[in-house]
Design a protein around this ligand. Structure first.
Ligand code: HEC
Length: 210
């Protein structure tokens, strides 16, 4: 359901952007008659696309908040970009003000760019998606938070008989199983860290190997 919503939202955003790029090009080329014609013919479509754009966007945001996710700073900047682009676009195209129209389209593109950046960060599975830019950084945060007190900052502390992590002969899958279910005095983390965080911390642990 969420993925369906996401795909619809993406498609609508692309259509929205294309539509405004066409209008902008016509405006910049002084094809005023063509622009007026195009605007007239696409009036209903434009309204439908704009409404779908906002509804699917707000819906996704609402769903993610209800799932316990928080709204990130990036998302807020994105929203501000989108909401400020709309009046700018309306005024810009109505008054044939090229500067305002360019600004409006740039804001929409910026919001789209921010969405992509945000997604890349999320793919890293960070503990805190705002500060961790890569999987390794995310893994390091998880490690410092959950593993360092026993394994030490370099993985070699060996508390309660833990092997130095840099010398482990276990595969990533075997390590994953231990992190999830625990082993002897090592606690299970299956309930406390996500799948992505587990993969990230194992990737980070691999950097202890020389
Ligand atoms: C409470 C202390 C403690 C914490 C916290 C802890 N571990 Fe361990 N870990 C151990 C002990 C003890 C062992 C040895 C278990 C055994 O083989 O009996 C171990 C074993 C391991 C092994 C297997 C090493 C090998 O080659 O046998 C891996 C991998 C590992 N820990 C990763 C982690 C990661 C990743 C975290 C954080 C998510 C973590 N550990 C948190 C105590 C801990």
């Amino acid at each position: 359901m969420y993925t369906g919503l996401l795909h619809t939202h993406k498609l609508v955003v692309v259509l929205f952007l294309l539509h405004y790029v066409v209008k902008l090009v016509l405006l910049l080329l002084n094809r005023n008659e063509q622009l007026a014609n195009y605007s007239k013919r696409t009036k209903v479509t434009e309204m439908a696309i704009s409404a779908l754009f906002l509804i699917t966007g707000l819906w996704m945001m609402g769903t993610s908040i209800m799932k316990g996710g928080s709204v990130s700073t990036l998302q807020i900047i994105k929203l501000v970009c989108v909401f400020s682009s709309i009046p700018l676009a309306i005024i810009g195209f109505k008054r044939s003000n090229k500067l305002l129209a360019v600004l409006a389209v740039l804001l929409i593109i910026a919001a789209y760019g921010l969405a992509e950046v945000n997604k890349k960060k999320k793919a890293g599975g960070a503990v805190n998606t705002e500060t961790a830019g890569s999987t390794l950084e995310a893994g390091k945060l998880v490690y410092q938070d959950k593993c360092m007190q026993c394994h030490g900052s370099d993985g070699a502390a060996g508390i309660s008989g833990a092997k130095a992590l840099g010398q482990t002969s276990l595969t990533a899958d075997e390590q994953k199983a231990i992190v999830k279910s625990g082993k002897n005095s090592m606690p299970a983390f299956g309930e406390t860290i996500t799948e992505e965080q587990t993969m990230a911390v194992i990737e980070y642990v691999a950097t202890f190997k020389q």
